[in-house]
Design a protein around this ligand. Structure first.
Ligand code: SF4
Length: 474
């Protein structure tokens, strides 16, 4: 029986397309007049230093602005936009402010009285999610009356997809995020992510698929203009449709399969009614994984192996690698690729995350980050351990450590790491479908919707259905 409604809508026009998705999905049916609304965009990364690809990485400001206008029209009370951006300097308050202003949230504040909140500043509340899993969620979201979840249609190199449920990871504090990447296989990342929606108030999810991201979730993925919106009052149903759009069977996406099992739901969409576009016709395969090769006991990402690199083993990240180390891993690999001059290195192994064990017989073993140092600094199979302590690990120490292992990483790459995302912009030059203006809110933006759609939503809100129509992820 189809008991969960999902709207799948083509993005065509400002305001009208988001309104169509909201109305078709009856997404604001549980919103009551005067409700305090929390909006969770996806701002997975930000830097003040340079322009970088936001398409398929960050929720478009177009969708955000349209959603805020619709909420105001539907009678919402206070509206808060909240995000907890992971930054290398945990004390950095300026970069989130810059992100909110650049994305036009300041303009939304001036126009609609919306407040933007850096969730990293707290406060948080501990929530018991069962089976020994406790995470600290932002009180801003927990104590709101209604949540609007605005993830991006993207893949993820650890969780396969990053959609509505995964987007909520941005509302927990840093210690909780680290706990999500537990080394305990019984309580791994998937197991934690599967529960993130459990304590949410009534929630409407609108997946922003104007752009989608292959091999996401970051700016180094391959972005596509997809022009899709997925909307539902049931986050799991929205995510299962989103996964299908990305070419993934929800049954094969561990956190979706787990979330479905916890709710006694099938993963084949047999209890989901999709309205609007034809799902099968709109779906496009998006690769999520990165290929590695194993040769003569040495593991390497495929591009590094194909470059002929020898004498180095750099195993694939596992689910236990988190936050700061994840942010540095790609840079380290790029720096290794650039440091390769054709002379084999001398039996070096690099270990990351919390779970990896050393391979016997290596001459030097680089342990990246506090967790790896703690796990393996005294391991009997390591001939010479080179330690990169700290969380986050310091970039200067990463360079030193690789130099100690005979791999001359360029220190300038690490000194200018803020600038590197800018180099990815070249991929999108002269491609007008990658429209930067969708990530700003201009003062002359189209006016909020008039009566019609807005009045319909006000009527829905006026029905004052309370919480009963929302599955709110339980
Ligand atoms: S050292 Fe790395 S893996 Fe360990 S908690 Fe810090 S960021 Fe995560």
């Amino acid at each position: 029986m189809e008991s969960h409604l999902v709207a799948l809508v083509r993005y065509r026009n400002p305001v009208a397309s988001v309104r169509e998705a909201v109305e078709l999905s009856r997404g604001l049916a549980a919103l009551r007049r005067g409700d305090r609304v929390f909006i969770k965009p996806n701002i997975v990364f930000w830097t003040k230093a340079t322009a970088f690809p936001k398409w398929g990485v960050i929720t478009t400001s177009r969708v955000m602005a349209d959603m805020v206008a619709l909420l105001r029209d539907a009678g919402a009370g206070e509206i808060v936009i909240g995000e907890g951006i992971v930054l290398m300097d945990p004390a950095d308050r300026e970069t989130p402010r810059h992100a909110f202003e650049a994305l036009g949230y300041g303009e939304l504040g001036r126009r609609y009285g919306v407040r933007s909140v850096n969730l990293m500043e707290g406060p948080f509340k501990a929530v018991d999610l069962g089976d020994g899993i406790r995470l600290n969620f932002s009180r801003e979201i927990l104590e709101s009356d209604f949540v609007v979840n605005l993830p991006v249609l993207k893949t993820h190199n650890q969780t396969m997809v990053s959609l509505g449920i995964k987007n909520l990871k941005g509302t927990i504090d840093i210690p909780s995020r680290k706990r999500c990447h537990s080394a305990d296989p019984q309580r791994d990342l998937h197991c934690h992510v599967a529960r993130l929606a459990d304590p949410m108030p009534p929630m409407f999810t609108l997946i922003d698929g104007i752009y989608s991201n292959e091999r996401g979730p970051g700016f180094d993925g391959r972005m596509r203009r997809s022009d899709l919106l997925v909307a539902s009052s049931d986050v799991l149903s929205a995510d299962m449709v989103g996964a299908r759009l990305l070419g993934q069977d929800p049954a094969g996406v561990p956190h979706l399969a787990m979330a479905a099992a916890r709710r006694g739901r099938p993963t084949d969409l047999s209890d989901v009614g999709v309205l609007g576009e034809d799902l099968a016709a709109a779906a496009r395969a998006h690769a999520w994984d990165f290929a590695y090769s194993e040769k003569e006991g040495d593991a390497l990402p495929l591009p590094l192996a194909q470059a002929g690199i020898r004498g180095l083993s750099y195993r694939k990240y596992d689910l236990s690698m988190c936050t700061y180390c994840s942010g540095l891993n790609g840079l380290i690999l790029s720096a290794i690729r650039m440091a390769w001059k054709g002379e084999p290195w001398q039996g070096v192994e690099v270990l990351t995350g919390k779970s990896m064990q050393p391979t016997p017989g290596k001459r030097k073993t680089i342990l990246v980050g506090r967790c790896m140092v703690k796990a393996n600094a005294d391991h009997p199979d390591i001939a010479e351990a080179i330690l990169i302590k700290g969380c986050p690990p310091k970039p200067e120490r990463i360079v030193e450590a690789f130099h100690e292992a005979g791999i001359a990483l360029d220190p300038n790459l690490f000194r200018s790491m803020d600038q590197l995302p800018g180099f990815f912009m070249a991929r999108y030059a002269n491609r007008p479908e990658f429209d930067e203006s969708l990530f700003a809110v201009a003062p002359q933006d189209p006016a909020p919707p008039e009566a019609g759609g807005g009045a319909d939503m006000a009527r829905q809100a006026g029905r004052c259905t309370g919480n009963e129509e929302s599955t709110h992820g339980r």
